[in-house]
Design a protein around this ligand. Structure first.
Ligand code: HEM
Length: 243
């Protein structure tokens, strides 16, 4: 059944918290390390103190590491879904990734096949973020605890590896935020109260919605009615000059 005749339940709240803890930790880790890279950011040491920022980096690192481990209990459905979606990457995801870039320049691409719970681009983002998480954790752990345990040559290599992962992670996060906020703002509600508009789900995740219909969780008539109401609302706003 739809929530308020309009919304589909997409993410459980445990997964929403998991996502935001990961996002906040990622940015805090980045910010607390910035003065190590360029003098331009030394003002952060002047403002907060170098020792405080270095401690903060380690505190956020511990939360960043524990979050997915705790998430295996508190957000297990959502995390299982991430893994299942990535390993099911297939032809439709490749076609999505070939056609989707047109949307970035304001065009409506044709011939995008219906997508599953996550689209081809999201699946690549999940894989990239998971690999980056793993490499950041390994290189960070070697830098933190490796003195005397790991050979100095390996420890030296961990510094550029840690930095490169942080750089790729930031680029991917900025792209991800642009896609969420700028291109698909309807997706944001899913990361707030866990629901998304049925019309949005049907348009962007058609195969997932078909699954829900096949499982009897929603009906095709409910989806069509909700999508219709969205269109009506859009038309009314356009007539009132608000769109
Ligand atoms: C202000 C910052 C952010 C916003 C607004 C945001 C928004 C979102 C939204 C709306 C979704 C759900 C997409 C869906 O239901 O299909 C999502 C999923 C996800 N987010 Fe974020 N996010 C942010 C930061 C981050 C950061 C920093 C990371 C990683 C370091 C991250 C990693 C992910 C991953 C892996 C997913 C699942 C797959 C995907 O949608 O790409 N997010 N995010």
């Amino acid at each position: 059944m739809l929530v308020n005749k309009k919304y589909i339940k997409r993410h459980k709240m445990g997964f929403v918290y998991f996502h935001w803890i990961n996002a906040v930790c990622f940015f805090m880790l980045f910010l607390t390390a910035l003065p190590l890279y360029a003098d331009t950011f030394h003002f952060l040491y002047d403002m907060f103190g170098s020792v405080t920022l270095q401690y903060a980096h380690r505190v956020f690192a511990v939360i960043f590491i524990l979050n997915p481990i705790v998430g295996l209990v508190t957000a297990h459905d959502g995390i299982r879904r991430l893994v299942k979606e990535v390993i099911s990457f297939g032809r439709d995801d490749i076609v999505f990734n070939q056609k989707f870039p047109a949307e970035l320049i304001g065009k409506e691409p044709e011939g995008i096949p219906p997508q599953t719970f996550y689209n081809g681009g999201e699946k690549m983002n999940i894989l990239l973020q998971a690999v980056i998480w793993g490499l950041l954790v390994i290189s960070g752990a070697v830098l933190w605890f490796g003195d005397g345990l790991i050979s100095p040559a390996i420890r030296t290599w961990m510094i550029p590896l840690h930095s490169i992962c942080a750089g790729f992670g930031l680029a991917a996060a900025i792209g991800h935020i642009y896609l969420a906020v700028g291109i698909n703002p309807d997706s944001l509600q899913g990361m707030c109260d866990g629901t998304v508009k049925a019309s949005y789900a049907a348009k962007h995740h058609g195969k997932w919605v078909d699954e829900l219909v096949a499982e009897g969780k929603v009906t095709a008539a409910e989806i069509a009615e909700a999508a219709n109401q969205d269109d009506e609302t859009r038309k009314e706003l356009a007539v009132e000059g608000k769109l």
